[in-house]
Design a protein around this ligand. Sequence first.
Ligand code: GDP
Length: 295
Amino acid sequence: DKALTPTKTSFWNNFNKVLVGKSTVDDEILDRLEELLLTADIGIDTTLKIIDLLEMRVARDKYLNVAELESILREEIESLITILNQAEQNTALPHIILIVGINGVGKTTTIGKLAALYKQAGKKVILGAADTFRAAAIEQLKMWGERVGVPVVAHSMHTDPSAVAYDTVQKAIQEQADVAIIDTAGRLHTKVNLMNELSKIRRTIEKLMPAAPHEILLVLDATTGQNAFIQTKAFTEATAVNGLVVTKLDGTAKGGVVIGIIDQFHVPVKYIGVGEQIDDLQLFDEKEFVETLFK
Ligand code: GDP
């Protein structure tokens, strides 16, 4: 499994050295663990939460065996990142997905991969190039459309993103598509602007389909560490993000970002990107993810 390999070697394997020659969990071990969690980009709040839970456990059991530490930590992390996906399963068609996130995080690539996933599942997919601020974004989406073999609705640069979103949804309805995936501009210069842009797109889509968009997926780059937290805060405040896609987990020891962000924002990670190729998008699986941290 090529996914998450660097995380494997840097997380628990490094820590194992600290445990050599110790039988019970002491303050030194907890201090080093705290450092390790911070280095892994889990974030200060979630790190302290994990350490507090372990301290309580040590206080209660008096002598917590070092051998037990790994399984306790695994359980803690797993429960932190397992949040009930309460979003109603949408059955209305077409299923409308809005993709948000700042430039460079892997939005376009994710859209291409997602389109391929749906297409492989036999679904009829339409893409919408509503990032009209960059010519490259429109061109790139068209390229992915060709690669995957799905139509792309696009207008010229600098036109109203809402108009593209509207046309995409309308075409999806007319042509009885199963899924429409709409790209948006990742401009985060001011939160008000971001909020206004995304609200306008949402209102426009709602005119055609009251419950749409059914999914608003925020794409985050795992290699950006704490910036991913800042972006999550801005986007969840600006719009009703109900799922995350964390990209570039193949090339980083920073998989810890996933743990901190789910814990802090209570939004589920739906997919992870593990490479640049078309099939490098996976459904997020909590158990599997935690497993890779401890291998
Ligand atoms: P956008 O500006 O957000 O649309 O970002 P792009 O989709 O253009 O991606 C930016 C760069 O990240 C490109 O070089 C992609 O190939 C790369 N990329 C996207 N997702 C992944 C991933 O999961 N792993 C790796 N290694 N690279 C990725």
